[in-house]
Design a protein around this ligand. Structure first.
Ligand code: BJW
Ligand code: ZN
Length: 247
């Protein structure tokens, strides 16, 4: 499956960036956003659920939906793709993992210093004053499976607590974006794994890396707009392709 040129390029790399999207967690049972039939946006309205205006319009709908998704993640386990990426760190001088995912499956597989471009399900904050909050660890006794649920209130200002994710129309956390941009511009090899590449500004990272001389490798189950730009394209399941790469 992998040519000698490809493998030698990887071995010589001083800095590898692994950029991931929802597809990497699909084999852990976490739904993607845009896959036909199974994608979240096939069944749920992104304007109502993933925008500040949606939260203002119906806080209980949004908070309940995100609690349902957080439960799914708590009940899921990392898959072979997450583990392969964590293992890759011991083969190369420098590995930067940048994810669009709001789950913590990279961390639970052993990756360190993961950059979350779109925030985290596990770090809610106050909608009004921005104070950070933490959930108690472990599964709650009664998971709130997609039901309407009023969000807790902020102890500082009594504002509503919101999910700690980046919604449409919101800017990405500046420190995370800076790390991702710098890493893309400095790396020799850039992996794009399990992302449709449709959401900006994250989708611009592979192009940025290529402009600065990196080899671009894509692993995705379906074709994407990146297909014509990459040096190596592996179409298939990340949980099969990545472990084969490291054998
Ligand atoms: C596998 C696999 C397996 C499956 N193995 N592969 C017009 C109107 C309004 C806004 C815009 C507009 N035009 C552009 C914008 C900007 C907007 C945007 O890009 N929209 C486009 C969708 C059009 N972007 C933003 O708003 C961003 N902010 C911004 O631009 O700020 C500046 C600004 C501010 C104000 C005004 C204007 C500009 C913020 C984007 C935030 C995205 N948020 C979400 C939700 C996060 C919270 C949550 O989880 O609910 O992030 S949307 C959703 O998409 C989520 C994901 O991180 C993101 C990317 O999705 P991803 O990961 O690529 O998943 P999929 O499902 O798309 O793809 C999965 C792939 O895996 C598929 O290809 C499968 O085939 C594959 N796969 N199984 C390998 N086993
Ligand atoms: Zn507050």
């Amino acid at each position: 499956m992998f040519s000698n040129d490809f493998l030698m390029g990887l071995l010589r790399a001083e800095h590898i960036v692994v950029f991931t999207g929802a597809g990497i967690s699909a084999e852990s049972g976490i739904p993607t956003f845009r896959d036909a039939q199974t994608g979240l946006w096939e069944h749920y309205d992104p304007h109502a659920l993933a925008s500040p205006t949606g939260f203002i319009a119906d806080q209980a709908l949004v908070w309940g939906w995100y609690e349902w998704r957080r439960m799914q993640v708590l009940e899921a386990a990392p898959n072979d793709a997450h583990y392969a990426i964590a293992e890759l760190a011991s083969f190369v001088e420098r590995l930067t993992v940048v994810t669009q995912n709001v789950d913590d499956l990279h961390e639970r597989a052993g990756s360190c210093g993961v950059t979350h471009l779109h925030g985290s399900l596990h770090h809610p904050r106050c909608f009004d004053c921005g104070s950070s909050y933490a959930f108690p660890s472990g599964l709650p006794e009664e998971p709130a499976g997609g039901r309407r649920l009023e969000p807790p209130r902020c102890s500082e200002c009594q504002g509503a607590i919101r999910p700690g994710v980046v919604w449409f129309g919101e800017t990405l956390p500046s420190s995370a974006w800076e790390i991702a941009e710098q890493a893309a511009m400095a790396c020799d090899v850039f992996f794009s794994i399990g992302t449709s590449g449709l959401v900006r500004p994250a989708s611009q990272l592979p192009e940025r890396a290529k402009l600065h001389g990196a080899k671009i490798i894509q692993i995705n189950a379906t074709s994407t707009p990146l297909d014509s730009q990459v040096h190596y394209n592996f179409q298939g399941r990340a949980g099969e392709i990545l472990p084969a790469l490291l054998q």
